[in-house]
Structures are given as C-alpha cells and as structure tokens.
Design a protein around this ligand. Structure first.
Ligand SMILES: Cc1cc2nc3c(=O)[nH]c(=O)nc-3n(C[C@H](O)[C@H](O)[C@H](O)COP(=O)(O)OP(=O)(O)OC[C@H]3O[C@@H](n4cnc5c(N)ncnc54)[C@H](O)[C@@H]3O)c2cc1C
Length: 354
C-alpha cells in the first residue's frame, strides 16, 4: 500500500459533475483530488446529446430554479473552461423546435411562442407536414465531446489532481475528516464528494437510490442547411452539430448497467426520426453508442450531505447533467463552505430518501 496523500477535498467520479465541482473548489483555493476508476469524461458525460434543455416543459417543475440558475451561469462556465484549456467549445445551435401537446404548454409558465409550419420549415426545410403542433424554445446545444476534451485540461490547468484508473474502494471516518481507500493509496481529506453518476449508489455511503437509465443514440450525416436547430418530440430528438453531423437520441431503458448497443433499438429511433425528417431514412450512419443516465425515483438530482460525516453527494442528474454542471458546482461549493446556496437545495437533500 503506497504513498500517503492529503487533500482538502476528494471527489469520486471524473465526469462533468465531479470535474466541474473540482474546478469550482480549486478556484476557492482548496486542494482537490478527483479519483476516476476508468478515464475521465468517458461515461454519461461523453454519451450525452448536449442540449441545454432548461426550458423543456417536460422537466419536473421543482427543478426549474436550478435549471435557470445553471443556464445563467453557462456562458461564464464555458468561457472559463475555454480560457484554461485553450480548447474551443462552440455553441452548436441556439433554438429548439419542440413538438408538444397544448395542455403541457399551458401547464408551464414559460411564455412559449407557437411555431407555424412555414416558420418551422425555414429552420428545418425537410420537416414533414405531420399536422403536429410545435413550439420554439430559446435553448442552446453543445457537442459534449468538446467539453470532454476541455474540462479535464481546465481542471489540471487550475492545479487540480486527477487520478485516472483509480477506483474508490471505501471511505472511512477519521479524525477531522475521512480516509479514502484506493488500490494504491490511502488519501486523507477534510471532505469527500460522491460524483459517481449512475454508479453513485454502489459506493456504500448509505442506500442511495440512483438507478442507471440506459440511453442509445446514433449520429448520421445530413447537410447542415437541412436542420439548423434542435428538433425534439417526446419520442426522439435530432441535434445538428453544424458540420454535417446530426445526433439522434435517445432510448430510455431500465436495463441495469448494460451498455451494449442494440441495433433494433437504434433502428426504431431512426425510423421515428424519419417520420418527421424523411431524409433521415437514407442518411449514412456515422456512429452509434450507449450511456447510463443517473436516474432517481423522483427525477431530481441528489445534492447535499451524506449520512456519514464529512461526506457529500452530488449526483442523480438524469437527463440534465450537462446543463446542470455549473449550478451544481456552485451550490455544492457554497453548501460545503457553509454559505447559503444561490438556489434552495431542500428538495434535493439526500435525506429525502431515508
Ligand atoms: C444518451 C444520453 C443523452 C443525454 N443527453 C443529455 C443532454 O442532452 N443534456 C444534458 O444536460 N444531459 C444529458 N444527459 C445526461 C448527462 O449525460 C448526465 O446527467 C451527466 O453526464 C452525469 O454526469 P456525472 O458526472 O454525474 O456522471 P458520469 O459522466 O457518468 O461520470 C461518473 C464517473 O464516475 C466514475 N466512477 C463510478 N464509480 C466510481 C468509483 N467507485 N471510483 C471512482 N470513479 C467512479 C465513472 O467511471 C464515471 O466516469 C444524457 C445522458 C445520456 C446517457
């Protein structure tokens, strides 16, 4: 058993949540070690679509304050990551055309304009006239692969420590903090944060009801001018990257930790997309993949103190983890430092499941 390490904060999980929190804590002057059992930014954060869907009326209403706070933080979050990493993270689209039933529009208080078919066709020339109603959402999207490249570099540039290939085996109480055990070292820290995404319930820090929710996606090739905004229905979404790639997603499957790509599921997804965008039916496929969203019983993230002293959870971001990363980093930092969080976190407390 190797070298003794010491840090103010140890974070388990090198996904977008763990690394964004690590970056925020570094900027408050704390020493931070992120432990990632495989490679950083290769799990759900790599598999995501990249929509910043804060105004999607399908989101749980109680999540709205945190979503809106994160949307407001996003420009500065991207700027900081780009400045520290030297990598560009372009915004790929700025509007979403969403099919929705009228009741849901009125159930939300978001003042959403309806789109005429002609308007919709201007942004989506190949849109089939299905007779459905659409709304416009002022909503941006990114390519998560850009963040996957930039975020670990930004964290390291801010003098964070990232240990890849390093699983957390256990966390024990110690005098004034915790001892985190990995296969190679014992790390003494004042506090520990569980950012293990879909695997957060496996850490043994209390019975956290995080469930993996599998999502399969595919990328197809389509001329950029044929789709100039995100197109989203309850059954699928199409996210153009602006360079001829269009990501089509995503299945929602309760299949445990299985991450295999199943051709029939991808075929159904593409067929559904083809009903709205007939060109999808003949478009070349570039890539297919699967990832695990960290789901929770009430669809809300889990943010706050764990049962064990000096330990915290920041997980359960389900379909909105890319969007919620900056707000999560900020409010968790505020909470851990004894400050009042910008957004009330009562509804996200881990204790709600006890
Ligand atoms: C198909 C799909 C589409 C999505 N689309 C969107 C979208 O459009 N917009 C959006 O905002 N969100 C989207 N999401 C959701 C988003 O991807 C997740 O909410 C977010 O990535 C969760 O980040 P995370 O850091 O918590 O988890 P992850 O990125 O999964 O990272 C968790 C990390 O913890 C590591 N780990 C686990 N156990 C241990 C251990 N014991 N020790 C050390 N490390 C450990 C894992 O290896 C992993 O790297 C999508 C997700 C999927 C799957």
């Amino acid at each position: 058993m190797g070298r003794p390490l010491v840090a103010d904060i140890v974070i388990a999980g090198g996904g977008i949540i763990g690394l964004s929190l690590g970056l925020e804590l570094r900027q408050r002057g704390l020493s931070v070690i992120v432990l990632e059992r495989h490679h950083a930014m290769q799990a759900a954060s790599w598999a995501a679509g990249g929509m910043l869907a804060g105004r999607d009326p399908e989101n749980p209403p109680t999540l709205l304050p945190l979503l809106l706070r994160s949307l407001a933080l996003y420009p500065a979050y991207l700027e900081r990551m780009q400045a520290l990493s030297g990598d560009a993270i372009p915004v790929r689209t700025r509007r979403t055309l969403q099919q929705l039933d009228a009741q849901k529009i009125f159930a939300t208080d978001l003042n959403i304009p309806l789109a005429s078919y002609q308007e919709a066709q201007f942004m989506v020339p190949g849109l089939a006239d299905t007779g459905e109603k659409f709304i416009w959402l002022e909503e941006a999207s990114l390519d998560p692969r850009d963040i996957c490249r930039a975020l670990p570099v930004a964290f390291l540039a801010e003098k964070g420590t990232l240990l890849e290939g390093t699983p957390v085996l256990s966390v024990e109480q110690a005098k004034d903090g915790v001892v985190v055990e990995t296969p190679r070292e014992h790390i003494h820290a004042a506090a520990f944060v569980n950012c293990c995404g879909a695997w957060a319930g496996e850490l043994g820090l209390g019975g956290l009801p995080v469930e993996p929710v599998k999502g399969q996606m595919a990328t197809i090739a389509l001329a950029p001018e044929r789709l100039r905004c995100v197109l989203r229905t309850p059954e699928f979404y199409a996210i153009p990257r602006g360079d001829g790639r269009v990501a089509i997603g995503a299945t929602v499957e309760h299949a445990g930790f299985d991450q295999t790509i199943q051709e029939p599921s991808i075929a159904v997804l593409l067929r559904t997309a083809g009903e709205f965008l007939p060109e999808v039916n003949d478009a070349p496929r570039l890539e297919s993949w699967a990832g695990l969203r960290p789901g929770t019983p009430d669809g809300l993230p889990i943010l706050g103190a764990a049962e064990m002293e000096h330990c915290w959870h920041a997980t359960g971001h389900y379909r909105n983890g890319v969007l919620l990363a900056p707000a999560t980093a900020l409010v968790m930092t505020q909470l851990m430092l004894g400050e009042t969080p910008d957004v009330s976190l009562d509804v996200f407390a881990p204790s709600r499941f006890v």
